[in-house]
Every structure is written in structure tokens, then in C-alpha cells.
Design a binder for this molecule. Sequence first.
Ligand code: BDR
Ligand code: CA
Length: 322
Amino acid sequence: MNDAQTVPPKFKILFDTDPGIDDAMALLLALVSPEIEVVGVTTVFGNSHVEATTRNALNLLNLAGRPDIPVAKGADRPMVRPRGQTGEFVHGDDAMGNIGWTAVHNPDQKPLDIPAAQFIVETVMARPGEITLVAVGPLTNVGLALQLEPRIAQAARNVVIMGGSVATPGNVSPVAEANIHNDPHAAALVFGAGWDVTMAGLDVTMAVRMDEAFFAALRRSGNRLAQFIGRIAPFYQQFHRERYGYPDGGVDTHDPTAIAYLIAPTLFRAERWSVAVPLDGPAMGATIADRRGLFWPGPKVNCLMGADAPRVLEMFRVRLTA
Ligand code: BDR
Ligand code: CA
């Protein structure tokens, strides 16, 4: 056997993100995972405005020793609606747990001179069948990319998003999850494009909970990146304690769960349903799944419905502290 037969191909991911504390965890997890090659990062508003999320993306890559990974700045507002409240109340004024990130640390790092949507199109079309889009913020950049070049829906290998919810109450309205609610029009485009979409929504991301014991283990480890996660976690822990009454410093593990699915899909249980997104009204941004499979013939979304939480957490701990 030659190497091509024995070594499974890496996932080449384009990581679309609004960093964000849990986005930072997800990006660092992807960067330390041998199954994954991060070919680029695209930024979007969400946890803060896009200038801040772009600065954070650049600094995270620099921290991880990967300033070479290209970053394209993306949308600062949704495709159709006005921008709603950004997420500093969850992630801190710098969207990084109030650690004082106000500038790009490495002067050699600059965002590309093309917008995120164009970078997505160029990257996907240059490598047909190879690129996995992992989107863990509002889906605006991906929606704009679909409008620019609809053939990316055939050319991308697959799409994994953190967003939505099938059977779990929302986190920004009774029924809606933040990333979908922030740009429901983009989400509707992404779900309807006919590509292979996996939705890591609140059904799994609120079922996997990092807690103070987990973060303490990261802080104790000699690993710099783990220690950084331990440093940005307290603001996020406080938010979860105040908002949801979570005990023991627990937090939802939103964005890293999308990466965990790529690495170890067998730790998740999935159901395939058509998903619709209301574009306004009290249910705006909900992800309604046709769970009887009777009513909507449209493209099916691979909805993650259950996770082996202890094993997912153990995977995070082992990888981040290695
Ligand atoms: C999502 O919203 C953001 O605050 C998080 O980074 C995550 O992507 C959770 O609803
Ligand atoms: Ca995010």
C-alpha cells in the first residue's frame, strides 16, 4: 500500500468565524488537530463588529504560530436586515473575555485585500470537491458567496455550521439560536443550496458543557494555547452563571463542537431533515425541521441531535493539552 491508501485525507477547512471566546476554542482545536488543515479564515460580525472579530482572528493565528494562514474580512451586517445587538455581553468588550485585545499584535499580519465572500468563492472553486466550509458565526459570508457564485454548492466538499436548534429552546429568543437569528436570510440560502450541510446546533452544543474543573486542567497544563483558553474563559463562565444559573463554572461548548464533529463524527447522533428558517416575526431565525419527513421535499440538512458529551470533552482536553 502506498501512503495515499494508508493515510486518510485531511479536511481542508475554510473557517468562517466571529471570534468570540468559543470561536477561539474552536479555531485552536482545529489548528492542533492532525486531521484538519485550516486553509483560510474568514471573519464576520456577530460576537462583535467585524473590525474586532478580524483583529481577534489575526491575533489567534499569531498566538498559535500560524500568522501565515490567510484571513479575509467579511460582512459587518446581515444580508437584508439591519444588524442586531452584537455579542460583547457574552464575550467581553474585546470579544475575547476582556483580556485587553485592542490591536493586531503582529504588524506583518494584514487581512487579504478581497472580501470574505470572494475569498470563499475563489478558494472553493480552485479546489473542487476538497474544501469543507466550517461556519461558526452568522452565515452572511457564506450566503454572499452563494450569491456571487452558486456553483460553490457543487464544488465545496461539505459544510458544517454551528447554529440553529431542532428540539432545544433558543438562546436569543424562545426559538432561535444567535448565529441563525443574526442573519436568517443567509441561513435560509445555506440550508436551501443543495450541498451537504451538517448543523451542529444547540441540541448538541448545550449538551456538551465545559466547567471549571476542565478549565483548571487547561490552566495547569504546560500548553500555552490551553492556558490561553483558561485565561479567556472566566468572562464566559460568568455570563453562563448569571444568564442560565449553570453551576461549577459551566459553559456551553458551541463552536468547538462543530470541529469535534469533523474529527469524530461517530460521537454524534444525526437525523436528516428539511429545515426552514422564518425570516421575520416572533419565530425569526428559528430552524424548523420537518421531523416527520412529510411536508417539505427540499434539501435535507444533517442535524446533530445527540452527542457523547464525556468523550467529546475528553477529546478537547487531550488535544488542547498535548
Ligand atoms: C453562537 O453564538 C455565538 O455567541 C457563539 O460564538 C456561537 O457561535 C452560539 O449561539
Ligand atoms: Ca461564533
